[in-house]
Design a protein around this ligand. Sequence first.
Ligand code: SF4
Ligand code: SF4
Length: 479
Amino acid sequence: MIAPATYRLGELHPFEGGGRKFLYLVPAGAIFEMDSGVAAVIGELSERPATREELVTSLIQRDFAYNDAWEVVEEMAQARAIVPAGAPPERLDSPPADFPLQSLVMNLTNQCNLSCQYCYEFGADKVATPEGKPKFMDIETARKSVDFLFDQSSGRRAVHITFFGGETLMNFPLLKQVVDYANRRAAELGRSIDFSLTTNATLLTPAIIEFLSENRIGVTVSMDGPPDLHDKLRVFSNGRGSYDVMEPRVRALIQGHRTRPIVARVTLTNGVTDVVRIYRHLKDDLGFHEVGFAPVTTLPDRLYAINEPGMDGVLRQFHTLAEEYLEYALRGELHGFTNVSDTLAELYQGVNKSHPCGAGLGLLGVGPSGDIAPCHRFVDSDAHALGNIATGVDRQKQSDFLARGHINSKYDCRSCWARPLCAGGCHHEAFVRYGDTGHPNLHYCDWIRDWTDTCLRIFGTISAKNPEFLEKFAERKAL
Ligand code: SF4
Ligand code: SF4
């Protein structure tokens, strides 16, 4: 006679929100509400493995009807909250080799009119090797890039171009031509295309703002806060801070660009960690619609690197803004702290990443020379080039890059409950820190797990008290 299968707990991360208990089902990246039946099964299996029959019997002893008890156990098995005791750890499949492109980041120039000291393109940690390459992209390379995007994205109706630099607006004439050409090609092909750009805002003019607004081009401005913080590192080559030049232009942008929200992107560095004050200035004083923060990517011994106590302080301030975000969400109002909204969107969509981001997969970068890179941060780096726009993607190099960055090849991440969202973290940061794009970013694991847990709790509270609010994240997926 064959012994009935015994079950053990799947890989779970329990959390609470809004007075309710939830489980984050790690191999599926899904969230499951824990009612009394689920809690009883978890309690039972925390002690020892048990058969389905034993689990059902235990529920019946807690006054569950026979059918309801079976249903609880069956649902948990289907959701993989409980798994056969001998089941091997689940591994994520690789995306198909012909995964279609969705976004192309076009670095229109590798030149910049600022000399921000932490810049990953020009600073001490740069990976780019631009020597001997064109400084500005030309129209022929740009057109080929647009054609490449449409060719490589078959099956997708909507595609996206992000313009990047250097300072993107130093090649604004080309940007205009690309928008015109890409719109025409999209119309001919019956496809749709959407644009965004990142800029330091110092070169914005009323005519540029009007063009961006008329063409619904999303704008992200790199800005680090009020003048005393922003001007520490975001300087012109003579050392003068850039705040005074950009501030009136940012105000004009926010007032004049009426078709898309304007986003500020803050790089946190040693001494520029006052997250709440920076947020208040950018959101309330200047009027940005959304503000997102990221610690600088660098080696730990650089002067502008944030040390551990500094990162703890950042986390505390993230918590403060996250609580504020929650209060807004429970009133049905939008809050502009994108570090929460981006994570909530991923949780809502059940994201379960094989790779930390789309780099090399649904997203590629292309530099002024036409070299193709995994993303904008690797543009102009010979060591990381994945081909050229004239000759196409080098599939072998692309597949090596993706194999190294796959979650299954990151040993330390295999038992981490935060891996569905983190997947080891940014390839570029991994290269700067560890010399390998596929190395997990182990220097921030505790930080990431704390922050992910915070966002789970917020997600749980909103889903318990104002679930309609979460529906807006379905739209983000549609984008
Ligand atoms: S890098 Fe750290 S936090 Fe991220 S998945 Fe790996 S072990 Fe987890
Ligand atoms: S590798 Fe890093 S910088 Fe590049 S797209 Fe991914 S997360 Fe962003």
